[in-house]
Design a protein around this ligand. Structure first.
Ligand code: AMP
Length: 393
């Protein structure tokens, strides 16, 4: 029997999972996979440590209405029957919101579970799914240690000024502040900065997590001092489907003058805007890059322009900039996006080595660049696995 840590990352319509050996140091998952299409037709894929596909029919008997809890139960059944050599002794969960309460991972007890439940109004689309997975596991095996790792915790080091909006203080006191997200990704990158040739790990670094969701984080000495997402994950950079920062007056206009309902505005800002809305073609950066349509080019240009403005404002928050790191789907794979953002920031003394950029090298800045620029693959699951190992033992 091999003792294992199960990592669960429950999104609104998917559950990603990975199993790591419980012994510390194991960085490659023994098994990883995903259930997607939750609420419609759940689709299951899983891979072993070598990347070979495992039994994809495992969860096929679950009907389309199966919720997150039932699917997690199905996943545990599959592991018990098909991988009985693995003994799951601890489970680590990605939990989207830790509010002002949680500044690091915690063991889930009835008390911490209640505190997480109380934060649901801050993340109504995600927190219930995260907690449904916790409940499903404790129903099945109450002796398994469960650990919550929060997307917001990494940003609890932000100074007060970086957290405040220009709103009456009683609203700030009531929790309407900038929390920031993607914290597990930033924590992973903060941990590998010293491995990057030329990176000033202890200096002023901007990490850009550019995926379907996109944000940046300004780090001083590897701690968050400012971040682009805010009270919600709608704020900051333009994203695949999300608008990013928008004049709040425009939102009022949509409701008061155009007669849109709150639900319609919500759908517009979270699902129909961003790269998809601007291009009218796709939310997918790779598809836009391959499209000859000028609207695709305009959407990419707007994405990069807005990102560069955020970089500059975060450099101001740190009163300077030493290094930049690109990560996540777009940051790791799109040489075009990196090049456009860096070109807009060339006045800061950034110069890219085009060959290194095209090859997605670890360091893509040219020799004479005042600011070093890097590309790193993020690994949120490993951060959760390590935190779970530490707290469970
Ligand atoms: P993520 O949310 O981190 O999985 O990132 C998804 C985004 O990464 C999508 O917009 C993809 O189109 C984009 N992406 C992935 N691979 C590439 C690529 N080779 N070139 C451009 N964009 C890519």
């Amino acid at each position: 029997m091999t003792d294992a840590v199960l990592v669960i990352n429950s999104g609104s319509s998917s559950i990603k999972f990975a199993l790591y050996p419980m012994s510390s140091g194991g960085e490659i998952p023994l098994i990883r996979g995903k259930v997607s299409g939750i609420g419609r037709a759940p689709d299951f894929v899983a891979f072993d440590a070598a990347g070979a596909a495992l039994d994809e029919t495992a969860l096929q008997n679950l009907d389309g209405d199966a919720g997150h809890g039932e699917l997690v139960q199905g996943l545990l059944d599959w592991l018990a029957s098909e991988h009985s050599g693995l003994n799951v002794v601890a489970v680590g969960h990605r939990v989207v919101h830790g509010g002002q309460v949680f500044d690091g991972p915690v063991v889930i007890t009835s008390e911490t579970f209640k505190q997480m439940e109380d934060l649901t109004p801050l993340a109504p689309l995600h927190q219930p799914h995260n907690l449904a997975a916790v409940t499903a596991i404790s129903k099945r095996a109450s002796d398994i240690v469960q650990v919550a790792c929060f997307d917001t915790s990494f940003h609890r080091t932000q100074p007060r000024l970086a957290q405040l909006f220009g709103l009456p203080h009683k609203l700030s006191d009531a929790g309407i502040i900038r929390y920031g997200f993607h914290g597990l990704s930033y924590e992973y990158i903060a941990g590998v900065l010293t491995d990057l040739p030329g990176c000033k790990a202890e200096g002023r670094v901007i990490v850009a997590h550019l995926g379907n969701g996109a944000s940046i984080c300004a780090m001083k000495n590897r701690q968050s001092v400012a971040t682009s997402m805010g009270f919600t994950a709608l704020h900051g950079l333009m994203m695949g489907r999300r608008s990013g920062t928008l004049d709040a007056g425009a939102v009022l206009h949509l409701v008061q003058q155009l007669g849109m309902s709150v639900d319609e505005v919500h759908h517009l800002l979270y699902r129909e805007s961003g790269l998809l809305g601007v291009s009218g073609i796709s939310n997918n950066m790779r598809e836009l890059q391959e499209s000859p349509d000028p609207r695709a080019a305009e959407a990419i240009d707007l994405f990069c322009y807005k990102a560069a403005l955020e970089f500059a404002s975060h450099a101001a928050a740190m009163e300077g900039l030493d290094s930049i790191v690109f990560t996540a789907g777009i940051g790791e794979n799109s040489a075009m996006v990196r090049q456009k953002i860096c070109r807009q920031l060339s006045w800061l003394g950034i110069e890219i080595d085009e060959t290194a950029n095209a090859e997605h090298a670890k360091t893509i800045s040219a020799g004479g660049s005042r600011i070093s620029v890097h590309v790193v693959a993020t690994n949120e699951e490993l951060v959760i696995a390590n935190a779970t190992r530490a707290l469970a033992s």
